[in-house]
Write a protein that binds this ligand. Structure first.
Ligand SMILES: Nc1nc2c(ncn2[C@@H]2O[C@H](COP(=O)(O)OP(=O)(O)OP(=O)(O)O)[C@@H](O)[C@H]2O)c(=O)[nH]1
Ligand SMILES: [Mg+2]
Length: 504
């Protein structure tokens, strides 16, 4: 049995999440007024949290060795790392500050600062050959102080760090395993919140194979009694190195898995999506209204069509001159503008209409812009044409004047109306994308217990241990369909009292 993690693809998740968070932030800026203040505050808080986590780097896998004093955390840390770095000892408690081994190209300084690991307690690639193991790249292994310390500071450190780790490795001593240590909050809390955890039964070199089996089985039973069916027990001797390779294999598995930080950011975005559902219309897909129609209407209202026609008449000899450019009428611009706002906010919640209305240039200003743009046009001169060319020339000048006039109007309208509308629509779509993600995430939520049981079964062969003293018999009885899932014994199932005897 192996701890089950959700597998993810290549580690480009930071980029993807960063992009989504950035989009959420900028969309919130754009759509400020469209989102009710309490919802907006919630979303801003989510963005800040995500920023903080992304800043620390979410691609690290943080594994903590925790447990009672003298259980062998520091010795195990050194055994995994292959270097005597963490101080182990006989004086209790020995460790009062956290040591970290970092496998990776990056120094993870921000994350280690955040975790409170002092600079001289960081062991890195530059310092030792430990990072040469590419299967562990991305791992940060922490040696914690004892949780049950006489020193209250130690407990504070453990309390602060444990919720932030991706895998909790709880180290127990065979002589103390049955005391209240494993019944205490940490493991149960981890189990309840879905935080992957495993129990290392250390010091097995001090037991006979038979006793070690008994102890491990009993430990597994105690965990199961406490509802921790999916927490595997791993027999190890940090002193002789027995079982350490199995632990390393688990650490490799953890490195391949999604990190707590990545999960937290993704979950924050899903929550943001759910929050946003209250501010967005379901399945609305805002469309940009017809720009050519707006431009055509404004140009016509500014007399472009009439002047083009008049120019054609002059060329054709039917008129003497082209009338002067008349100033735009405000009420026409106002009407066209409102039609645009209506079309652009169709299907959206009413606040979005207000936001679009406010984002685009007001009618008075738009009137001036259109007038100014048309006044700057260099119009072709309309002269009488020779008789046989009149029709062609008249059509050409009319077409050219319409083109020039509409182009000028379009240039005025593009930044004043079209672009702001488009940005608000994009903001809406970005926010709506989060609601879609949230909806998609909802059915995937596992029913409590179901997945864990599956995970245990699937992982059963993943970390087939050597067994204590070479014992490898791992045959497991299949659980009865209506019975609770077997505890996640890494090397054999636990005999439960209700089975009325050994399970195999
Ligand atoms: N025989 C045996 N002794 C061990 C094993 N692991 C640790 N020890 C010894 O147990 C003692 C305590 O080990 P540490 O690694 O300091 O224990 P710790 O959990 O870090 O203790 P604190 O830092 O006080 O919380 C040391 O003397 C170790 O040599 C083991 O697997 N077998
Ligand atoms: Mg220690």
């Amino acid at each position: 049995m192996s701890v089950s993690f959700e597998e993810v693809g290549p580690r480009d998740e930071t980029a993807l999440l960063r992009e989504r968070v950035d989009r959420l932030r900028s969309s919130l800026e754009w759509a400020r007024e469209a989102i009710p203040a309490p919802i907006r505050d919630e979303l801003h808080a989510a963005v800040d949290r995500c920023d903080e986590r992304l800043e620390l780097g979410i691609d690290w896998t943080v594994v903590a060795l925790a447990g009672g004093t003298g259980s062998g955390k520091s010795t195990l840390f050194n055994a995994v790392v292959g270097v005597e770095f963490a101080v182990s000892g006989v004086a209790r408690p020995t460790t009062s500050h956290v040591s970290a081994a970092v496998w990776g190209h990056d120094r993870a300084d921000a994350l280690l600062d955040w975790l409170g690991v002092s600079v001289d307690s960081r062991l890195r690639r530059d310092d030792t050959p430990l990072a040469e193991d590419p299967t562990l790249t991305g791992l940060i292994l922490l040696d914690l102080p004892d949780h049950d310390s006489v020193n209250p500071h130690n407990r504070e450190v453990v309390d602060r760090i444990l919720p932030r780790v991706d895998l909790l490795v709880w180290v127990v001593d065979p002589q103390k395993y049955a005391d209240n240590a494993i019944h205490e909050g940490y493991l149960r809390e981890a189990s309840a919140t879905g935080q992957p955890s495993l129990v290392v039964l250390n010091h097995v070199d001090r037991l006979s194979t038979e006793d070690a089996w008994d102890v491990a089985r009993d430990l597994q039973r105690l965990l199961a009694e406490d509802g921790m069916h999916s927490v595997p027990v791993m027999p190890v001797s940090a002193r002789t190195g027995q079982g350490v390779d199995v632990l390393r294999a688990e650490l490799e598995g953890a490195v391949q898995a999604r990190s707590v930080a990545a999960d937290a950011v993704a979950a924050d975005l899903v929550d943001a999506g759910r929050t946003l559902e209250r501010a967005l219309a379901r399945d609305a897909d805002p469309e940009l209204p017809d720009v050519a129609e707006l431009v055509g209407s404004l140009a016509k209202a500014a007399g472009v069509d009439a002047r083009a026609e008049a120019a054609a008449a002059v060329v054709a000899g039917r008129a003497a001159s082209v009338p002067r450019q008349e100033p735009m009428r405000l009420e026409v611009v106002d009407r066209e503008r409102l039609d645009w706002v209506d079309a652009a906010s169709e299907g959206l919640p009413v606040q979005w209409r207000v936001v679009i209305d406010e984002a685009i240039t007001p009618a008075e200003e738009l009137t001036v812009l259109v007038d100014r743009a048309l006044a700057a046009v260099v119009w072709p001169v309309a002269d009488h044409a020779p008789l046989f060319r009149r029709r062609v020339r008249a059509a050409a000048i009319q077409k050219e004047m319409l083109r020039l006039g509409r182009e000028a109007v379009r240039e005025a309208v593009e930044p004043a109306v079209v672009r702001p509308t488009d940005l608000i629509h994009q903001a809406y779509r970005n926010l709506d994308e989060l609601t879609v993600i949230a909806r998609a995430a909802a059915p995937e939520r596992p029913e409590a217990g179901a997945d864990e049981a599956e995970g245990s079964a699937a992982g059963a062969g993943a970390a087939e241990p050597e067994g204590i003293g070479g014992q490898t018999d791992g045959s497991a009885a299949a659980p009865e369909p209506d019975q609770p899932a077997l505890p996640a014994d890494i090397w054999e199932p636990v005999t439960r009292p209700e089975d009325g005897g050994p399970a195999r």
